[in-house]
Design a binder for this molecule. Structure first.
Ligand code: MLT
Length: 404
């Protein structure tokens, strides 16, 4: 008789955004006349840019011609894209990263969920609390987190690093030394970030204690302040302790076409074994490369016109962030984030729980957000709104919220 991976049974409920989608669908069914504004999941609303669309069209035409048709993509990514990433995202920022240390994938979610596979099950992970749920859930699936305590909403073998208003959303070094540290800056869900010198301290800590940092930089395009690092490799010593995960979803609107990449420097080793060789082995075995047409579209993002267009796109969403943030402040909310990230993190009013506020907002303003407690226990009494909606809807949502 076959046996299942019982680690899956340990996971409470379903994936956060699937839960929310079900709740919203039920509300819409019961209230078909209500116009719901969705500021929950961080999904983009603006179309792909002109350069990306033109490139997609020509890449499709290439696939229609026997002379230019492509089959399987190289499993680690086409050189044209790896070189463009290396040049623009790393060399231009003074980061010592080579093109062959970049692994192209179908998105940051897959990579951040899959990366745990190359580590032993007895590694102890540390996460910020609140946190993007994929890091925790994927480690639970991999058998790494112990047991779940519903009363504390914590896993026995995870080290939680609270990031709340009390500590300025800056994680403190944990009392117990972890093996793997997940960091995401600019942060999802809080929309806050840390300075480059604070990040440097984490790199120093990891090198001193033999930890690996899995650094999710999916929101780096939203950084507006000077003293914030766009890549962890801007910090000295990061090549020996950090893996960086990036996405085309948030900067270029690729949520529906899927493209991302992970950087694993060859200096990152456990004894004689490079994590680079392990991730290459995993990629080669389980992945057949992101589609050619999508990788070409990714390359177009780095063209001169492409860069100008994505700057405008990011500017559009950051204008939404400003609208939401200032609107909430005017309405008397305590608000964080939205300056270096497309997420606005607010304190729920009147000590409501995050889910109480979710229901209250859905029922009374017909606005969907994400309950902070869905990201971890320290997210309780917080709530996330995304700036990825349209400007019109962001304004309308705030008008409704102000009237509550
Ligand atoms: C979010 O809303 O947190 C993100 O959009 C989810 C994701 O990127 O997978």
């Amino acid at each position: 008789m076959f046996k299942i991976n019982t680690n899956y049974q340990k996971l409470p409920g379903s994936y956060l955004f699937s839960n929310i989608a079900k709740k919203v669908a039920a509300f819409q069914e019961a209230n078909p006349d209500k116009e719901i504004i969705r500021l929950g999941i961080g999904d983009v609303t603006q179309p792909l840019t002109k350069s990306v669309i033109a490139t997609l069209h020509s890449a499709v035409d290439e696939m229609a011609d026997g002379a230019t048709f492509r089959g399987y993509a190289p499993d680690l990514g086409y050189d044209f894209l790896r070189n463009a990433i290396c040049e623009n995202d790393y060399k231009k920022r003074g980061c010592d990263i080579a093109a062959d240390e970049i692994f192209v994938s179908d998105g940051a979610k897959s990579d951040s969920g899959n990366i745990q596979e190359i580590f032993s099950v007895d590694n102890k992970i540390a996460v910020c609390d609140p946190v993007y749920p994929v890091y925790v859930d994927s480690n639970v699936m991999g058998g790494r987190c112990g047991s779940y305590d519903p009363s504390s909403e914590k896993w026995s073998d995870i080290i939680y690093m609270p990031t709340t208003a009390e500590n300025g959303f800056v994680p403190e070094f944990p009392k117990e030394t972890p093996d793997i540290i997940y960091l995401c800056f600019p942060n999802n869900p809080t929309g806050t970030t840390i300075t480059k010198s604070q990040l440097q301290q984490w790199v120093d800590y990891a090198n001193k204690n033999g930890c690996v940092i899995i650094y999710d930089a999916a929101y780096e395009a939203y950084i507006s302040e000077e003293d914030v690092a766009h890549s962890i490799y801007e910090c000295e010593g990061a090549r020996t302790c950090a893996i960086e995960i990036r996405s085309f979803s948030k900067n270029a609107g690729f949520t529906g076409v899927r493209l991302g990449f992970t950087v694993v420097p060859k200096d990152l080793k456990c004894g004689d074994v490079t994590l680079h060789s392990m991730w290459a082995r995993r990629h080669g075995t389980k992945f057949n490369g992101a589609p050619y047409i999508i990788q070409r579209a990714g390359e177009a993002v780095y063209s001169e016109a492409g860069q100008k267009e994505i700057k405008e796109l990011v500017g559009y969403y950051m204008n939404n962030a400003k609208t939401i943030r200032s609107g909430l402040e005017e309405a008397g909310y305590e608000v964080y984030g939205g300056v270096n990230a497309p997420y606005i993190w607010l304190k729920t009013p009147n000590n409501m729980t995050s889910w109480e506020f979710f229901d209250y907002l859905l029922e009374n303003a017909n606005v969907v957000g994400t309950p902070g407690s869905g990201f971890g226990p320290s997210g309780e009494h917080y709530f996330r709104l995304t700036a990825f909606g349209t400007l019109e809807n962001s304004k309308k949502a705030l008008e409704r919220i102000k009237k509550l």
